[in-house]
Design a protein around this ligand. Structure first.
Ligand SMILES: [Zn+2]
Length: 155
């Protein structure tokens, strides 16, 4: 691809990534203080493995594929792991209900809190990284090798 075109496309990708990550941080700050959204996240994690939620709550791949888990581990070494929390399932709740037992959601709540804290830290670091990459790429004169950064997921 022509370099000028590549530069323009990559600048746009970087801008989109910064915008998306800023939205993730807004979401994190909101969910932390909004009871109703926390309930929605909890239900979604317990019943639909977080599908439809931001990436740090989408636990489908972590549960289904070991490869994906390895990839995630490498990029995000201190991510709170699904297997370290007791995440209540819908069926567990149904079973408990039939036996007249009230289901505790503490494991899910702890998991959500840990992921929110961790994702905020990672997202803030990613925004700094992407912003600095954007500046670097923007001032690139097209004559030397293009600036790269393998820590950014879209590059
Ligand atoms: Zn809310």
């Amino acid at each position: 691809m022509e370099m000028r075109r590549w530069k323009a496309d990559t600048l746009e990708l970087t801008r989109d990534y910064i915008r998306q990550t800023a939205w993730d941080i807004k979401f994190i700050l909101h969910v932390r203080r909004c009871y109703w959204c926390r309930m929605e996240v909890q239900l979604s994690v317990e019943r639909y493995l977080g599908r439809g939620l931001p990436w740090f709550f989408d636990i489908m791949n972590e549960i289904a594929y070991d490869d994906e888990e390895e990839y995630i581990l490498e990029r995000y070494k201190d991510m709170p792991r699904v297997r370290d929390y007791h995440i209540t399932s819908y069926w567990e709740e149904v079973k408990n209900y039939r036996c007249g037992i009230k289901t505790s959601h503490k494991g899910t709540e702890d998991f959500i809190k840990a992921r929110l804290d961790w994702a905020e830290k990672v997202s803030r670091a990613d925004i700094m990284l992407a912003t600095s990459y954007y500046r670097q790429l923007n001032s690139w004169d097209l004559n030397s090798d293009p600036p790269m950064n393998s820590d950014l997921p879209f590059l």
